[in-house]
Design a protein around this ligand. Structure first.
Ligand code: AMP
Length: 305
């Protein structure tokens, strides 16, 4: 509750798994992994983010996890650091695993590249990653995958292409991440995901993140995760930024202009700046010329200008 009102529950109400307490410090999560702590220290982070506090103890126990969180919440490290520990902890020697242990599916190449750059900041036991996405140089991607990597970050289309051509074998994957699942569904990737998941062993650990929690994402959770725990960051009202005070005033139409004038002339500090959004170009012109006549420095922007 103190930590952004984060909530956690068993997705299946009947599941009889005890929800672990959140960790409060990096040491509480990674005291057995000093090299991970060193990497966190190098990054200069002061404390774990809310999603990390609750996601790490779950993921580190091997439990499936759904994180309802947006970009900027630290969700990537929430699944990535347990992934590094997962890779290192497999009993089969690395050279005998026949491929990557960790697969991260991402809706877009931008997100895939962003995850890759995050992974590359962390040096842990020589773990290597590669990023495969449509539009990138296929031959270069094949070369890196074939050189042996432990983590593959991929968009579904290109990954399927490389699986079908026998270049990537996902049977070695034991830790699967579906990042931004809601966006993957919006982009129509569900059939591709289904196809990829057919070949991934069912006893894998699966982590899913999503900014929203609609029916489609629940369907994925039902189909592909096993007794997951569900972590919500803050309330489901995810659009609110906690560092900004938001105030709503409900006014009748005729009260709006006088209220705006009063706000701009009486409630602003000398250094404050304001953006006023309106519905029509005409209203933008109108308000800006009125304000200029009142001596308020102001410009208007719209499609005709
Ligand atoms: P993400 O939500 O994964 O897109 O992460 C957003 C940014 O927050 C990334 O640049 C991370 O490196 C950074 N970050 C992740 N965890 C922490 C943390 N505990 N403290 C400060 N920054 C963090």
């Amino acid at each position: 509750k103190m930590n952004n009102n984060i909530t956690v529950e068993n997705y299946n109400e009947n599941a009889d798994v005890k929800i672990p307490n959140p960790i409060r410090t990096f040491e509480e999560a990674f005291s057995h992994y000093p090299e991970i702590l060193d990497e966190i220290e190098k990054a200069g982070f002061v404390k774990p983010s809310p999603i990390q506090c609750q996601a790490w103890p779950i993921a580190l126990q091997g439990i499936d996890l759904i994180g309802i969180a947006q970009t900027g919440t630290g969700k990537t490290l929430a699944f990535l650091l347990p992934a590094l520990i997962h890779i290192d902890g497999q009993s089969t020697p690395r050279e005998e695993r026949g491929g990557a242990n960790v697969l991260v599916l991402s809706p877009t190449r931008e997100l895939a590249l962003q995850i890759e750059s995050e992974v590359k900041k962390y040096n842990y036991r020589g773990i290597k990653c590669c990023c495969v996405y449509g539009g990138g140089n296929r031959r270069d991607q094949i070369e890196i995958v074939s050189s042996g990597v432990e983590i593959i970050i991929a968009t579904p289309g290109r990954l399927n292409d490389l699986i079908m051509n026998g270049i990537i074998d996902v049977r070695s994957v034991t830790y699967l991440v579906l990042d931004e699942a809601d966006r993957m569904l919006d982009m129509g990737f569900e059939p591709q995901i289904m196809k990829i998941l057919l070949d991934i062993r069912p006893d894998r650990q699966t982590i899913m993140t999503s900014a929203t929690w609609p029916e489609g994402v629940r369907r994925l959770a039902n189909s592909y995760l096993k007794d997951p725990m569900l972590v919500f960051v803050g309330s489901l009202d995810l659009a609110a930024v906690h560092s900004v005070t938001q105030k709503v005033e409900i006014l009748a139409d005729e009260e709006k202009r006088p209220r705006l004038t009063e706000f701009l002339t009486h409630e602003l500090g000398p250094e404050d700046k304001v953006i006023v959004f309106v519905g029509k170009k005409l209203v933008a012109d109108d308000i800006s010329s009125e304000l200029s006549l009142d001596g308020v420095h102001c410009q208007c922007i719209h499609g005709d200008r």
